[in-house]
Ligand binder design. Structure first.
Ligand code: GLN
Ligand code: ZN
Length: 759
């Protein structure tokens, strides 16, 4: 049996590509120097993959910014506003990726969107009526040739035609169907070029096939591939899917004249069943994604080998692989110098996953797989009782019943009680929590970490910042102040550090978009609250003001979604454990005199399953209860807020309302406010603070502008339910724009109040 991977991380083990790119953007190094770094990363990774015994090594998985953007450039689907700048090819590419502002013009970047259900983001290609799909540039061919010169005949990887056309935005009259034919022709030309260069396999990535597909989608897919595969020019074509199963188009996929089909047996919950019940087409190679490309745990060989046994009954030729590109995991454990061996032995990052594929191959080649050393070692590892088990936590979660998820009294009654208690003016003003993380705050944290600042002095410093922040909010006239979140570096990491069961890595960076990487913490064991997390700061802040100080926490779903989750227990069980810990903090805040508590669920929407039919059972059925459990124990007069960094929840509007918060704030300033109509149509009962200005830009919104946004909102939300706030936390903003922006916000709210009290 052979092995392959779908793609490898390209940022470099120590984020070399990120740092080089950023230097290039700042004009500190030349394009040649950047290219040199990129080439070094590629040749290092090529050698690594070769040395680890990988049989089919990908090329073209490298990218300076994003693979979808690379494909757009290859197909000539690049808006004229970028090409007409007259920049070099590389700079035109970066202009589309990041925007351009300089002597040649001023253009915004292409839109960026989340890549399926991952934390990676791709650049959205634009197709307008003048777009002419044609083969442009030579990058994938060059990368193939480069590897060939290094002695490896690689498998070129390109985003497939169907997925590309599904991801594109159509800004004119043309639709995907209108350009399908010409697009397919170019893919066929691509095959021809690879054939001339001597490629054996070409991989077309088609993750869009795991989404819900309509009859038109299936027709589009068939239209493209019947054309592409008409003449393969002698190369073998692999249609690679990932992030789920292809239940909507398995038959059509199997009937195509391709040579290999790649299926995901990790996330594709129906993949095995599809192959077992429908069989696998004769003469084709099954690329079986069995090693998880999205998580960092060691593969469970006994389970994997059992599954391969099932697949072998249907498919005569199987290539072992990863479930998706390794882009979504960090590069290598070699750089983790602080984790103990007892922890590390449970982990496999990208490089270690290559080792796993090699081991699986060897085990499968043995007469008695169970007797091989590798198999025994792996089985022993998985039968170990993981350190970090906490029986009390598990028992508590197991004992939860319906009433633990219900806050009493019901919303309407609480709303009355709270209005009575807080006596806030109409259109109360507040912020989302963080205030500018100025250089002194970051410097103090660094000094503390390096041991240059004593813990007590650091805490004094934070108190001083809080006091200044509260005084500033009093001066500005905000009705519900916050403490400013100066103690946090990050909204998940900070809480993770106060929880038992979490592990933090040193170098486990994963690309989020372009040069931005994130370092998700790991849910290692059972989660419990090690100590109060925010109580002292909120309590201190409350002591400085008579206004209700809003406490600020991150919610369980967001904490889980931005971590590497466990695989030995369900997500549901994990999220309830985290919810249990956050609930303790909520109750502790309440007991310490905090009367308004915000629990942020910034990432709630991120892990919605790709198929609508899976939303409820696989996600919302535990995500929403987890949030409810966090606050179901507070008194009726305690007000619970939540915040989300987006407003695309039209399709889960009932679920959002069902979180049963008292107030929700969300992003609205950049959207067209249609969400407000949806709220109205659905009788949304939670009070709402649709962000009145965009904090992602340093622009100061005028009072006029905010007032007119509020007027529009008031047409759709009843006056007693409307809050006034920015659309997200202010931590990335400077003080210079924050203060006038908030002053204008308060002034606009006051004017609205006056108008409404007269009316
Ligand atoms: N409370 C957090 C803040 O204000 C929320 C951040 C977020 O929504 N991403 O920074
Ligand atoms: Zn936000």
């Amino acid at each position: 049996m052979k092995t392959t991977i779908i793609g490898y991380p390209r940022i470099g083990g120590l984020r070399e590509l990120k740092f080089a790119s950023e230097k290039y953007f700042r004009g500190e190094i030349s394009a040649d120097e950047l290219e040199k770094t990129a080439k070094d990363i590629r040749s290092y990774d090529l050698k690594l993959q070769k040395d680890s015994g990988l049989d089919i090594i990908p090329s073209g998985d490298f990218s300076y910014y994003d693979g979808v953007l690379d494909t757009a450039f290859l197909l000539g689907a690049v808006p004229e506003r970028y090409t007409k700048l007259g920049l070099t090819e590389l700079d035109t590419y970066f202009a589309a990726a990041r925007g351009y502002q300089g002597e040649k013009g001023d253009v915004k970047a292409l839109a960026m969107k989340k890549w399926y259900n991952t934390n990676y983001h791709y650049m959205v290609p634009e197709i307008d009526d003048s777009t002419e799909i044609k083969l442009c540039g030579t990058r994938p061919f060059d990368l193939f040739s480069e590897a060939l010169e290094n002695g490896v005949k690689t498998k070129p990887v390109i985003v497939g035609g169907y997925t590309f056309l599904k991801l594109a935005r159509y800004t004119g009259k043309k639709t995907a169907a209108d350009v399908a034919e010409e697009t397919a022709k170019i893919y066929s030309e691509i095959l021809k070029r690879f054939a001339e260069l001597g490629a054996e396999w070409v991989q077309f990535d088609e993750p869009s096939l795991v989404k819900d597909m309509t009859a038109e989608d299936i027709a589009l897919f068939e239209q493209i591939y019947s054309k592409v595969l008409e003449d393969k020019h002698g190369v073998k074509v692999l249609i690679q899917t990932y992030f789920g199963d292809v239940r909507d188009c398995y038959d059509e996929l199997a009937a195509l004249d391709c040579d290999g089909i790649g299926l995901d047996f990790v996330e594709g919950k129906k993949s095995l069943e599809l192959v077992k019940t429908k069989g696998f087409p004769k003469g084709k190679v099954l690329f079986a994604g069995v090693v998880n490309g999205k998580n960092i745990w060691r593969n469970h060989y006994a389970k994997t080998i059992g599954m391969i046994g099932e697949l072998k009954k249907q498919a005569e030729d199987i290539v072992l692989g990863t479930s998706c590109s390794l882009l979504h995991v960090p590069c290598t454990l070699d750089n983790e110098s602080k984790l103990s061996d007892s922890i590390k032995k449970h982990f496999a990052y990208a490089k270690e996953k290559l080792g796993e594929l090699e081991e699986l191959k060897n085990i499968l080649a043995a007469d008695k797989p169970e007797d091989t050393e590798e198999f025994k070692k792996n089985t022993a590892l998985h039968s170990e009782v993981r350190e970090g088990a906490n029986a009390a936590v598990r028992e508590k979660v197991a004992a939860l019943t319906e009433k633990d998820f219900v806050r009493l009294p019901a919303f309407a009654e609480r709303e009355k009680i709270q209005k009575e208690r807080f006596k806030l003016p109409l259109f109360p003003t507040t912020t989302i929590g963080s205030f500018p993380q100025t250089a002194d705050v970051k410097a103090a944290r660094t000094a503390l970490r390096k041991g240059e600042l004593a813990q007590a002095d650091y805490e004094k410093f934070i108190e001083k910042k809080i006091a200044e922040c509260v005084a500033l909010q009093e001066e500005i006239g905000l009705d519900v102040p916050v403490h400013g979140e100066y103690e946090r570096n990050d909204m998940v990491e900070y809480f993770g550090e106060c929880l038992d069961g979490y592990i933090f890595t040193e170098k486990a960076w994963v690309q989020s978009y372009g040069t931005r990487c994130v370092k998700p913490p790991v849910v290692w064991g059972d989660i419990s609250r090690a100590r109060p997390m925010t109580v002292r700061w909120s309590k201190y802040a409350q002591s400085l003001t008579d206004k209700p100080m809003k406490g600020m926490l991150t919610g369980p779903v967001t904490i889980l979604n931005w971590s590497f989750p466990r695989e030995d227990i369900s997500l549901k069980e994990s999220v309830f454990q985290i919810a249990q810990a956050i609930r303790e903090e909520v109750l502790d805040l309440e007991a310490n005199g905090i009367s308004i508590i915000q629990v942020d669920e910034a990432a709630l929407r991120e892990k919605l399953p790709l198929r609508k039919s899976d939303w409820r059972e696989d996600y919302l059925d535990w995500a929403i209860p987890a949030f409810r459990y966090v606050h179901s124990g507070v008194k009726p007069e305690t007000q619970i807020h939540t915040h989300m960094c987006y407003s695309e929840f039209a399709d889960i509007i009932k679920d959002i309302d069902d979180m049963d918060a008292d107030v929700i704030t969300f992003e609205a300033s950049r959207s067209d406010l249609t969400i407000l109509d949806v709220l109205k149509e659905n009788d949304f009962r939670t009070e709402v603070g649709p962000g009145v200005y965009d904090i992602h830009s340093p622009r100061v919104p005028s009072e006029e502008e905010i007032k007119s946004a509020l007027d529009k909102m008031l047409g759709r939300i009843s006056a007693d339910k409307l809050w006034v706030n920015p659309d997200c936390g202010l931590k990335t903003r400077g003080v210079a724009e924050t203060v006038p922006s908030l002053k204008n916000l308060v002034a606009a709210a006051k004017r609205l109040r006056e108008e409404n009290s007269k009316a």
